[in-house]
Design a protein around this ligand. Structure first.
Ligand code: S3P
Length: 178
């Protein structure tokens, strides 16, 4: 069983994913970390040298590999915030995994990310405007792909993990008390 987390950058996919994996005794993978290992450099540097399209090709290949041969391994996968821009990623994640959307508002993300130097798309004069634009463009894609949605707003990481677990238990995806 694979649970994948989708949502805008800074919404907590990796932090929440790691904790969720611990709670349910699953493996945790961050597709960005797998990608950085594969491309041999930080994502920001790769974007600068080779551009976003080349990065998205690698991302699509990595997501395909991770989700295609783990049917009997329990896995929580944190995806990159732009992964769902590619239709194949939307299709594969929806068909092969249980997709949870961590929904955050642009203002909330801005508060968390205003000092970020690693995310290539946010190295712009007005990161809040960029986050608003990303939200407009991507929120519909996250919504149409996700099986479940959790608002990241105020709750702590532990609370968010509990909220996700409750939704998955009610839906029968996770066994209660797992
Ligand atoms: C991106 C988000 C990043 C990373 C890359 C592109 C995006 O992942 O994949 O910098 O397009 O939003 P996080 O969502 O983990 O920051």
């Amino acid at each position: 069983m694979v649970i994948s987390l989708v949502g805008l950058p800074g919404g907590g996919k990796s932090t929440v994913g790691r904790q969720l994996a611990k709670r349910i005794g699953a493996r945790f993978l961050d597709s960005d970390a797998v990608l950085e290992e594969r491309i041999g450099m930080p994502i920001r540097q790769y974007f600068e040298q080779f551009g976003e399209a080349a990065f998205r090709d690698h991302e699509e290949a990595v997501i395909d590999e991770i989700t295609s041969h783990t049917p009997d391994v329990s896995l929580v996968l944190a995806t990159g915030g732009g992964a769902l821009l590619r239709p194949m990623n939307r299709e594969r994640l929806k068909a092969r995994t249980t997709v949870v959307y961590l929904r955050s508002t642009p203002d909330e993300l801005y508060r968390r990310l205003k000092h970020d130097t690693q995310r290539p798309l946010l190295q712009v004069a007005d990161p809040l405007a960029k986050l608003r634009e990303l939200y407009e463009q991507r929120h519909p894609l996250y919504e149409q792909t996700a099986h479940y949605c959790v608002d990241t707003g105020r709750p702590s990481v532990a609370t968010l993990v509990n909220m996700i677990m409750m939704q998955l238990e009610v839906a029968g995806v996770l066994k209660p008390g797992a």
